[in-house]
Design a protein around this ligand. Sequence first.
Ligand code: NDP
Length: 484
Amino acid sequence: MVTVESPARLLIGGEWRSGQEEKTFDIVEPATSEVMARAAVASPTDVDRAVKAAREAFEGGAWSDAPASARAKVLYKIAELIRADVDRLATLEARNAGKPIRDARDEVLGAAQCFEYYAGAATRIFGETIPVTAPGLDFTLREPVGVVALIVPWNFPLTIASWKVAPALAAGNAAILKPASYTPLTALELGRIALEAGLPEGVLNVITGPGATTGNALAGHPGVDKIAFTGETLTGVSILQQAAPNITRVSLELGGKSPNIIFQDADLEKAVPAAVNSVFGNAGQDCCARSRAFVHRSIAEEFDQRVAAGSRQLTLGDPLDPATEIGPLISMKQRERVQAYVEVGQREGARMLSGGSAPGGALARGSYLEPTVFDRADNRMRIAQEEIFGPVLTIIPFDDEDEVLRLVNDTPYGLSGSIWTRDIGRALRVARGVKTGVLSINSSRSVHQEAPFGGYKRSGIGRELGMHALQLYTEVKNVFVSLE
Ligand code: NDP
């Protein structure tokens, strides 16, 4: 058994403690299916302790009342410590999440950048002055919400944890971070780094354990003022239900079935590799994956064949090998789920152009799956409607702009998407018609540290990143001063 140094501890109130019930669970390395570490199970009592520790830290004021510039210094220090440890953190993330080391390295550096951004933003959280009718001065204050629960998934573990922890702390909140059970290791590292950077004890607590018990106890805890969640849409529904009795504020980043729209005048030299990378990156386990490609019928056969050829050229391999482009899926269970969709696609009558199988040889012990391309699909098929969260692309032909807009929006999701055309008028018309929170034109980029990110419809509530994220972590207080 390969092991990494693992504390199997919870970070509560600045101390590393075993869970109250002393239970642990295995962390499996997806590339080898071997146990690489163990993590502690936080019981409802541990969750309660974490919430109380966060409340105490928040009310104590060492962080929430500190000058914003002092908070900024600590956030900068966290970024510096992440950067200094990039190789170790990237290796840990690559092994734990099965992602190629070069992607893991970019993600760790992205996490550092996120803390730098919110270090700068901390001193830019302003209120407004409002010209009211009554004789007096009216102004607003932006105050921290209080104790925030941050529940994150396994596909981009440190990235998504940072998207929540950094703005929450910048605004002066105290936080409890609950990583996904598949991938808790870098979240625990983030807790360690935050303490080392001088964050007061109890301001960031990290608890591990199953969503059904630990996550559930956290989301339903009356001492939590706000929940920020990223994960599956159905889990988002459950979070809303748990939050309702306490009127806990909730923001949700959920699933997607993002469209990639390729018009007949698109630059295929760019659109083809982008179509391949934007669905097969992170082995397709990406909420923004362009998993539905809509291609104009006049170029469909050429586009489909080129995309299938591109997908066959991707290098599957050991996540720690710098040449690897696609790692394993997060687990054997996830691979089975995706393979079931491959069978569904075949039964539904789409044409499978490439992939579909689990590779053998040295990769057989990991949860790998070949990038799979279906074309000649119909938007009503399950492979076009349901989030597969794996390396499966569904290509659907279209004839005109009106038709493609109707098809693109015919989904319960609304997270991201791309439009490829050289006609600027068409690009802007279609961009206005697509019901998603994030769009790119002649690009497949969805995420910018400085710009809002989030979904329409069943893809979520609220916007993360940029200055928009600070709205999630602050309350607005209106103050009127009589001048009579
Ligand atoms: P899940 O919803 O299963 O889990 C997400 C987190 O919630 C995990 O920490 C999980 O814990 C926890 N959790 C599970 N059940 C509960 C519960 N009842 N109460 C409280 N917490 C709970 O999602 P996945 O981890 O499977 O992540 C994949 C999903 O995330 C995909 O659907 C994807 O589209 C979405 N996603 C969305 C993004 C966006 O920004 N819109 C970005 C990235 C992913 P545990 O791991 O222990 O089960």
